[in-house]
Write a protein that binds this ligand. Structure first.
Ligand code: SAM
Length: 282
């Protein structure tokens, strides 16, 4: 991937870097993971203030530079890996420890990186990350403006915006304003682990046609008849004419119960008419 496509907008405003680090309350006993250290705008201060620092950088040239630069720091581990898929449990200085994740995230991968860590077996105790302001707003949206991203983040974490950062703080200058947010993973996610697979499958189906009314969107996502979708939604005590964006996480849980009571009807898209009829009989 080209450097531009890796979302390499480097932070050049030291005051902003300092503010991010202060917000994360790093001390000499902290275990810190930095995602996308780049040229080290945050890394230097973190290496000096944290107990241990692991940095995960996908760009081999930047990882090599950092490895050379921090060769003398025994508390710093530079890992060349993709933060969208890396398992925190595989990182020697992180495994089994409570840690803080800090990052100025690449815009193109901010959502999958946040989700990878929130959904992992060993989520951070706290995340202080910079993302595009619109993404920050979407993560914190309330019913009326919910999306799959809002649901995916809120099931796992509480979040709040700490401050916004203007494009001037970076080189090259991005086109958008950024926001630094704090995400605090919940000790108990809002949806129990054994229900999560079905919960996300159902919500994803419900958002298949986000502008449509819920019965149409859900029918389309599950590939079932609108009448059946309407009855499931009715059994959950929800007005089926509402739009998916207005449904709260608690209401999605109610929908999951009603869907399960109806036998979890779902037909893989692309199935023939006959196979579909068979599948819905079961
Ligand atoms: N932390 C530096 C700063 O504040 O100046 C760099 C931030 S820059 C917005 C994003 C960094 O993430 C770049 O160094 C980029 O190479 C790295 N990066 C991009 N995609 C990544 C991925 N999938 N996994 C890990 N790092 C990634």
């Amino acid at each position: 991937m080209s450097r531009q496509r890796l979302g390499q907008n480097f932070l050049t405003d030291r005051a902003v870097a300092g503010r991010i680090i202060r917000s994360a309350s790093v001390t000499s006993t902290s275990t810190v993971l930095e995602v996308g250290p780049g040229k080290g705008a945050l890394t230097h201060q973190l290496a000096a203030s944290a107990g241990t620092l692991t940095v995960v950088e996908v760009d081999p040239a930047l990882a090599l530079e950092l490895r050379e630069r921090f060769a003398g720091n025994k508390n710093v581990d530079v890992v060349e890996a993709d933060a969208r898929t890396v398992d925190p449990d595989s990182l020697p200085l992180i495994i089994g420890r409570e840690y803080t994740l800090i990052a100025n995230l690449p815009y193109y991968a901010a959502t999958p990186i946040v989700r990878n860590f929130l959904e992992s077996e060993q989520p951070p105790a706290r995340m202080v990350v910079m993302v595009q302001r619109e993404v920050a707003n979407e993560m914190q949206a309330e019913p009326g403006e919910m999306s799959m991203l809002s649901i995916a983040v809120q099931v796992y974490a509480e979040s709040r915006t700490l401050f916004t950062v203007l494009p001037d703080a970076f080189t090259p200058r991005p086109k958008v304003t950024s926001a630094v947010i704090e995400l605090t993973p919940r000790t108990e996610p809002l949806v129990a682990s054994e229900q999560r697979h079905d919960f996300f499958k159902l919500a994803k189906a419900g958002f298949r046609a986000p502008r449509k009314q819920l019965h149409n969107s859900l029918a389309s996502g599950l590939n079932i008849d609108t009448a059946l979708a309407r009855s499931i939604i009715g059994n959950a005590g929800i007005d089926s004419e509402r739009r998916p964006a207005t449904i709260s996480i608690a209401e999605w849980q109610g929908l999951l119960t009603a869907w399960a009571e109806a036998g979890k009807p779902y037909v893989v898209h692309g199935t023939s008419r006959k196979q579909r009829a068979e599948a819905l009989k079961r």
